[in-house]
Design a binder for this molecule. Structure first.
Ligand code: BG6
Length: 474
């Protein structure tokens, strides 16, 4: 057995996002965001489920931070709700919103927990969505106005910033698959949004550097490395374009300041690309991110397109093979298939830790020695309290395999600096609601949101406090 210690100063944390944990959706001057609007307008479809209260973290942040500290955390990844800071999206600053994050940051720092702060985790102000959201280039300016306030108010104590969480995933879900707001299915709109989001990312990096602050700023990507089962020429070609769409359309502009050639050709032959203005790529080229945040849940196995229309379907039922099942087929390009020998979750996610190891190596090969953090990784489970205990051995097994995959990558030279499993506590899982639980800490929604550490909480504490050595004795 190899010794399992991680580099000195390695960050052991966990992650959440504002809309998914805070609740207090209309409190202390917070404005309405697009998820407030979407969940309230879709009561029937979402079974009345929304993030109005979520994990009630807004009121319980002190208790939550204490639990993190006791779990051995030396870092915590969370996001700021744009609407708490600027209730109308631009203009007026809401002091109570600033106070909330100042209190949270103070609490974290009192326990020596390094805040890792995401500026945008999908909760766009509704006022901006009303004028076209990310399709409207003015949203880039609005974003910069908001991040400027964040840098000014929190920048002296926050040294790790993330511009945007998972552009691929929220654009895919909101503009292609159509199951997230604004529920569009239009690749031309998606392409425009993508460019504006990547421009917002580079412009925020530029702004941060101009402040002269001494922290680091990165982007978080939903990394799904692409594989084939059979290495035929057709499959490999399909995999190449799929990899560019899923991964490099985000990572190349963030790190190299350009879009992959094939993607540009694909866009130019299908649409007017004049929304890519003169100077945009220069901003991207001159402002690469300092680090990559990698969210790794699964890989994608791809094969050559075999016919029929594009089909993009999510399994939000959590009932594998019964009812809705996930499907990705992109007409004329590729289709995603399952591994006949794979282990899958109830939500159709293949559990494949090797993909994290190999994926990190692929990134090192493509981008050199870029510092990386695994900013999300985890498994959704349906859980209950039995005799006062939440036995989530499945989560422990999942995380352990992924930690060992990270260690393997570090051993061959990947500059990996931290690990943030998703999620700190149970939270609102977008349109999967609350039954899909990810937390180290159980939230008892039926009983005044009380917190109960799961078995994985005690396990992670040992891993974090020993800087990974605990896994050696397993
Ligand atoms: C990531 C997001 O895509 O996956 C999180 O950054 C999200 O916000 C997580 O909750 C898990 O996805 P889901 O749909 O199971 O909640």
């Amino acid at each position: 057995m190899t010794e399992c210690t991680f580099p000195e100063g390695f960050l052991w944390g966990s992650a959440t996002a504002s809309y998914q944990v805070e609740g207090a959706y209309a409190e202390d001057g917070k404005g309405e965001n697009m998820w407030d609007r979407f969940t309230h307008a879709n009561k029937k479809r979402l079974n009345g489920i929304n993030g109005d209260i979520a994990s009630d973290h807004y009121h319980r942040y002190q208790e939550d931070v204490k639990l993190m500290a006791e779990m051995g955390h030396n870092s915590y990844r969370f996001s700021i709700s744009w609407n708490r800071i600027l209730p109308e999206g631009t203009g007026r600053v809401n002091k109570k919103g600033i106070d909330f994050y100042n209190n949270l940051i103070r609490e974290l720092r009192d326990y020596n927990i390094e805040p890792n702060v995401t500026l945008y985790h999908w909760d766009l102000p509704q006022s901006l969505q009303d004028i076209g959201g990310w399709e409207n280039r003015d949203t880039v300016d609005a974003f910069l106005e908001y991040v400027k306030v964040c840098f000014r108010e929190f920048g002296d104590r926050v040294k790790l910033w993330v511009t945007i969480n998972e552009p691929t995933y929220f654009i895919y879900s909101g503009y292609l698959r159509g199951n997230y707001p604004p529920e569009a299915k239009d690749f031309r709109r998606a392409a425009k949004v993508l460019h504006h989001v990547m421009l917002a990312n580079a412009s925020a990096v530029k702004l941060y550097r101009e402040t002269g602050m001494d922290g680091k700023i990165g982007i978080v990507h939903s990394f799904e490395p692409v594989y084939v089962l059979e290495e035929t020429e057709d499959n490999l070609q399909a995999a190449e374009i799929a990899d560019e769409i899923f991964n490099y359309t985000i990572l190349d502009p963030a790190l190299k300041g350009k879009y992959p050639e094939k993607i540009i050709t694909l866009l130019q032959s299908n649409m007017d690309t004049s929304f890519i203005k003169y100077g945009d790529l220069k901003i991207m080229r001159e402002n690469p991110v300092d680090f990559l945040g990698i969210n790794y849940y699964t890989r994608n196995i791809v094969q050559a397109y075999s016919g029929n229309e594009t089909e993009l379907v999510a399994n939000n039922s959590g009932e594998r093979k019964k009812g809705a099942s996930s499907k990705i087929r992109v007409k004329n390009l590729f289709e995603v298939i399952e591994n006949p020998n794979g282990v899958y979750t109830r939500w159709d996610m293949e559990i494949f830790p090797d993909g994290l190891y190999e994926g990190l190596l692929r990134l090192k090969e493509r981008y050199g020695d870029i510092p990386m953090y695994v900013t999300e990784n985890g498994v959704g489970l349906v859980e209950e309290i039995v005799d006062g205990i939440i036995d989530d051995q499945e989560r422990i097994d999942y995380l352990e395999q992924h930690i060992l995959a990270m260690k393997k990558a570090i051993d061959v030279g990947v500059d990996l600096r931290g690990y943030y499993p998703w999620s700190t506590m149970d939270l609102y899982s977008w349109i999967n609601g609350y039954k899909k639980r990810y937390g180290f800490i159980f939230v008892d929604y039926e009983n005044n949101y009380r917190r109960i550490p799961k078995q994985s909480y005690y396990w992670y504490k040992k891993v974090a406090q020993s800087n990974g050595k605990y896994l050696l004795n397993k």
